[in-house]
Design a protein around this ligand. Structure first.
Ligand code: NAD
Length: 268
């Protein structure tokens, strides 16, 4: 990966995941600056050898890449003083949910190179999934840089149209919570069957991990085939799956994901 001077505006959970991921890959700490008004957050980063600052404008002056990692609600207030800086030779990467590249361009008028990213929380354990969208004028080398940056904490995919960010939100941004809900319900059912909570959790987490690993290790096999391979006719798995079918689980999942997309569209 190419090395550039990066300033993170906002040093919260997501910024931490990305910075720690970069450092783990050997990215030079002195080329990273994290700006956050919270002293405790700054201490966390400076302990890793990065530069820190509580002055956003000063911290971005020399940066080649600015990564906006503040909450969407305060993005306009945070960008107002930054707009005095010339962004024409800088790459701006925003991970803020629901802030379009058009909105970012309005907030930072001199910015030409803008990449919008929808990450997800498994980035915190280096197993993230991020959707990336670049405006037309962003050169390939800068797109590659953004790709390498996000690859430090997981997998990435490029989107051709910005509107697909809504589907990415439904498919990966919000989806860890769907799996948590599924696992939570399974753990609860097992506890009601008299297993202790730790054993119940172990059964659920290891099965989820194992199922995901089988999907990853068998890229040519359809997901339906993986399911059918473990479902003997008249057996225990078939009995469980028949209940899901009766309750129209597939339709419920579809409706939940459509609701996610709708909410994402309303927020933009
Ligand atoms: P967070 O609350 O952990 O971090 C935000 C940080 O911004 C805080 O440390 C805060 O002190 C700092 N901050 C506040 N005002 C500031 C200012 N004026 N200048 C600089 N820093 C300031 O939030 P997070 O979970 O890391 O989310 C950051 C962004 O990532 C959000 O825009 C969110 O939409 C996006 N995102 C998060 C997730 C997720 O799962 N956490 C998923 C997708 C996208």
């Amino acid at each position: 990966m190419q090395h550039k001077l990066i300033s993170f505006i906002g040093g919260g959970n997501m910024a931490q995941a990305i910075v720690f991921g970069l450092l783990k890959q050997g990215y030079p700490a002195e080329l990273i600056c994290v700006c956050d008004p919270n002293q405790h957050r700054r201490d966390l980063f400076s302990a890793q050898g990065t530069q820190v600052s509580d002055d956003n404008v000063k911290a971005i002056q020399d940066a080649e890449v600015i990564l906006l990692a503040v909450k969407p609600q305060i993005m306009a207030d945070v960008c107002a003083p930054l707009s005095a800086v010339d962004f024409s030779n800088k790459l701006v990467i925003s991970i803020a949910a629901g802030i379009s590249t058009a909105r970012l361009t309005a907030l930072l008028p001199s910015a030409k190179n803008i990449i919008r990213v929808m990450p997800n929380t498994p980035a915190l354990v280096s197993q993230g999934m991020a959707g990336l969208f670049a405006t037309e004028q962003v050169p390939t080398a800068l797109k590659q840089f953004a790709q390498d940056l996000l690859s430090a904490v997981g997998k990435i995919c490029w989107l051709e149209q910005e509107q697909d960010m809504h589907s990415v939100t439904a498919g990966s941004g919000s989806s860890p919570a769907y799996f948590f809900l599924f696992m939570e319900a399974m753990q609860q059912a097992l506890v009601e069957m008299d297993l202790d909570p730790q054993t119940a959790r172990l059964l659920v987490q290891q099965s989820a991990l194992g199922a995901a690993q089988m999907v990853i290790d068998n890229p040519q096999t359809a997901l339906s085939a993986l399911r059918e391979n473990v479902t003997s006719k008249g057996g225990t798995t078939a009995a469980a799956l028949a209940v899901f079918e009766q309750k129209n689980m597939t339709q419920t999942i579809k409706q939940a994901m459509q609701a996610c997309v709708q909410r994402s569209q309303e927020m933009e």
